[in-house]
Design a protein around this ligand. Structure first.
Ligand SMILES: Nc1ncnc2c1ncn2[C@@H]1O[C@H](COP(=O)(O)OP(=O)(O)O)[C@@H](O)[C@H]1O
Ligand SMILES: [Mg+2]
Length: 224
């Protein structure tokens, strides 16, 4: 029988290089660290999440990453639900494509990483429309904010509100440790557990798990 508790989150925006894969990996590691069964579905043919998984040290088996096409997505999610997966994160490609709409359609909630770059802000209306058309919550996560960039943050938040999108309460600032983490097949929170980037990701995860009603203690108890 399908486990209706399984939550599905799509991470999408048409602009590339703005943090879709980074946020997918970081949230995936945070969820696995909280004891949840989490799987990343990589829908980008560049397979950056999949390559990161291969770079991970052997003992770091979680989170699992699986490449998936839009044709396979419904069945893949169905199997994961039956298998008792708690959280499915879908990493999507940039540009005009068929994967993002399929991912948003399958999602309970959509995370939209966004930077203050003009091209990124100009791309927001399209993703907002996609969420609205499919009746999904679209939540903007400001990313790559300069550590002293209050104006940048305000600009992203203003454009998101103008597009009637929700906003995550916290913004992710630009920290080199995200890139270093990727190089080592890790995340910022694994490389520098007490660093600022790690604290931001942990706060993002805490907020997201509440939004998704992913009460970890109940689930861990259920599994035990
Ligand atoms: N907040 C951040 N600070 C510094 N580097 C970041 C941050 N977010 C993402 N990156 C890095 O920027 C690059 C592009 O991010 P990525 O997640 O691959 O974007 P996308 O999936 O949207 O194309 C990667 O090298 C990633 O490690
Ligand atoms: Mg990517």
């Amino acid at each position: 029988m399908a486990d209706s508790d399984t939550k599905v989150v799509a991470i999408t925006i048409n602009k590339g290089g703005v943090g879709k894969t980074q946020i997918t990996r970081s949230v995936g590691v945070a969820a696995a660290g909280a004891g949840l069964a989490v799987v990343i579905l990589d829908m980008d043919t560049q397979q950056n999440s999949t390559s990161w998984r291969k770079r991970r040290p052997k003992e770091m088996v979680l989170p699992l990453v699986q490449f998936t096409t839009e044709n396979d997505l419904p069945e893949t999610i169905c199997r994961l639900k039956v298998g008792g997966c708690d959280l499915v994160l879908i990493d999507t490609p940039p540009g005009r494509n068929t994967e993002a709409p399929a991912a948003v359609e399958a999602a309970d909630l959509v995370l939209i990483p966004c930077t203050s770059e003009t091209e990124c802000l100009e791309g927001l209306p399209r993703t907002a429309r996609l969420c609205r058309t499919l009746g999904k919550r679209g939540i903007v996560v400001p990313n790559f904010v300069h550590p002293s960039g209050k104006a940048e943050d305000a600009q992203i938040r203003g454009v998101a509100e103008g597009n009637k999108l929700e906003l995550s309460p916290m913004s992710l600032h630009e920290f080199q440790v995200h890139r270093d983490g990727s190089f080592h097949g890790k995340t910022a929170q694994e490389l520098e557990p007490n660093g600022k980037a790690s604290k931001e990701i942990n706060a993002l995860w805490e907020w997201l798990s509440n939004e998704l009603h992913l009460g970890t203690s109940a689930r861990v108890h259920k599994r035990a």
